[in-house]
Design a protein around this ligand. Structure first.
Ligand SMILES: *Cc1c(COP(=O)(O)O)cnc(C)c1O
Length: 372
C-alpha cells in the first residue's frame, strides 16, 4: 500500500509548464492565432527529427494519416495492409478514405507488424502498407520497405507514438512515402492537439498543404477540394517548446526503461524486447503478464503504480470493423495479436519519474510473484 505521503504514480504525465503557457499566451496576445509563422517554424524544426523531410502540420495525428492517404490517391477499391494491434486511428484513416484495411499479425517480440505477414497479405488491390511503430519501437522498416519496393507499394508510417525512434540510424517518419506523428497530450511531446506529416517528395508536400486548407495556396484561388485541418499558431508555439525538450525527455525515457528492465525479475512478467539496430523511445513501457492480468493490474493500482492496457481490443474486433467482416464472412487469423491484447500492461516510464518512483514500480511488479 502507498503510505500517506506517497501519491500514486500516474501512467502518463503530460507537461504543460510555464514555458508552454508563456508561449501560448504570447501568441494569444499577438492576436494572430490561426496557422501562421509559428506553424511554419514548428514544421522547419521538426524536419531535423526526420532527416530533413518536408513537414506539414495539421490538427491531429488522425488528420495526418487521413490527409496522407488522400494525397497518395488511396481510396475506394484499394487495400491498405495494417496491423490490428494498434490504436483505432490507424485503420480509421484507411476507412475514412473509403479503402479497406487488411489486418495482419504482429511480431510477438516487438509488438510491431510482422513483415512476413505483410507480404502474405498483398493482393492486386493492395495500394499501401501502414506499419505502426507501436509503443515507440520502430517496425522492421528494412524488410517492409524492401517488400514495398518489390511490389511497388506506398509505405505510410504511423509514427504517432514514436517521435525520434530509429532503425539502423534512420529516424521513423523518414522511411516511407510519408510518416505521421501525433501531438496529443499523452504522446512523448504535444501541441495540446496536433499532428505532423513528413514526406520526401516536394509535390506531395504541396498537395498536403492544399488538402489541409480548402485546396488553397492563394486565398480564394482553390485548386482542389480540401478540408480544414490546420494547426493553430497557439498549438504550434506549445509544440515548439516541447520539441526543444524532446531529446532530453527521450533520453530519460530510455534510461527509465533500462532501469525497469534491469530490475524487474518477476517470473511471469516479460519485459520489452528491443530489436537489433532499433532505437526504442518508450512511448510505453509494456510488459506481458503471463497469468491473471486483471488481478496483477489491481495489485499494481493498489501499490500506487499507474497502469493501462494498450489495446485490450484489437482493431479487427471493434464494432465498425467486426460487424461488416461478419456480414461478409471475412475472418482474420491473428493469434499473436489476440495473445498480446490479452497479456500486455503498460507501466509508467515518463520522464518525470523519480528514482523512488522507479523503485516503487519495480517493487510492485516483483511483488506480483510467481502465482499471478
Ligand atoms: C495517438 C495515435 C494516433 C492518432 O493521433 P491523434 O493525434 O490522437 O489523432 C494514431 N495512431 C497511433 C498509433 C496513435 O497512438
Amino acid at each position: 500500500m502507498p503510505s500517506v505521503n506517497e501519491q500514486p504514480i500516474p501512467a502518463a504525465r503530460p507537461v504543460i509548464g510555464e514555458e508552454e503557457i508563456e508561449a501560448a499566451v504570447r501568441v494569444l496576445r499577438s492576436g494572430r492565432v490561426v496557422q501562421g509563422p509559428e506553424v511554419a517554424a514548428f514544421e522547419e524544426s521538426f524536419a531535423d527529427l526526420v532527416d530533413g523531410r518536408h513537414c506539414v502540420a495539421v490538427n491531429s495525428g488522425t488528420s495526418a494519416l487521413h490527409l496522407l492517404l488522400m494525397a497518395l490517391n488511396i481510396g475506394p477499391g484499394d487495400e491498405v495492409v495494417v496491423p490490428s494491434f494498434s490504436f483505432a486511428a490507424s485503420a480509421n484513416a484507411i476507412r475514412l478514405v473509403g479503402a479497406d484495411a487488411v489486418f495482419v499479425d504482429i511480431d510477438p517480440d516487438t509488438f510491431c507488424v510482422d513483415p512476413a505477414a505483410v507480404e502474405a497479405a498483398i493482393t492486386p488491390r493492395t495500394a499501401a502498407i501502414m506499419p505502426v511503430h507501436l509503443y515507440g519501437h520502430p517496425a522492421a522498416m528494412d524488410r517492409i520497405t524492401a517488400i514495398a519496393d518489390k511490389h511497388k507499394l506506398a509505405v505510410v508510417e504511423d509514427a504517432c507514438q514514436a517521435h525520434a525512434a530509429a532503425l539502423n540510424g534512420t529516424p521513423v517518419g523518414a522511411f516511407g512515402a510519408g510518416g505521421t506523428f501525433s501531438f496529443y497530450p499523452t504522446k512523448n511531446m504535444h501541441s495540446l492537439e496536433g499532428g505532423m506529416i513528413t514526406v520526401a517528395d516536394a509535390e506531395l508536400a504541396r498537395t498536403l498543404r492544399l488538402l489541409r486548407n480548402q485546396g488553397m495556396e492563394q486565398r480564394y484561388a482553390n485548386e482542389i477540394v480540401g478540408a480544414n485541418v490546420r494547426m493553430t499558431d497557439v498549438a504550434a508555439a506549445v509544440g515548439r517548446v516541447q520539441l526543444a525538450k524532446l531529446n532530453g525527455w527521450t533520453e530519460q525515457r530510455i534510461a527509465n526503461a533500462a532501469y525497469l528492465t534491469e530490475h524487474i525479475t518477476a517470473p511471469n512478467v516479460v519485459t520489452p524486447v528491443v530489436a537489433e539496430g532499433a532505437r526504442h523511445i518508450y512511448h510505453q513501457y509494456t510488459i506481458r503478464v503471463r497469468g491473471d492480468r486483471e488481478a496483477a493490474m489491481a495489485k499494481l493500482t493498489e501499490a500506487g503504480v499507474g497502469n493501462a492496457v494498450y489495446y485490450p481490443t484489437p482493431i479487427h474486433r471493434l464494432k465498425p470493423y467486426w460487424e461488416p467482416d461478419q456480414k461478409a464472412g471475412r475472418t482474420w487469423d491473428l493469434p499473436e495479436t489476440e495473445k498480446a491484447a490479452a497479456e500486455v500492461v503498460s507501466l509508467p516510464v515518463h520522464p518525470l519519474l523519480t528514482q523512488s518512483d522507479l523503485e516503487r514500480i519495480v517493487t510492485a511488479v516483483n511483488a506480483l510473484g510467481e502465482n499471478l
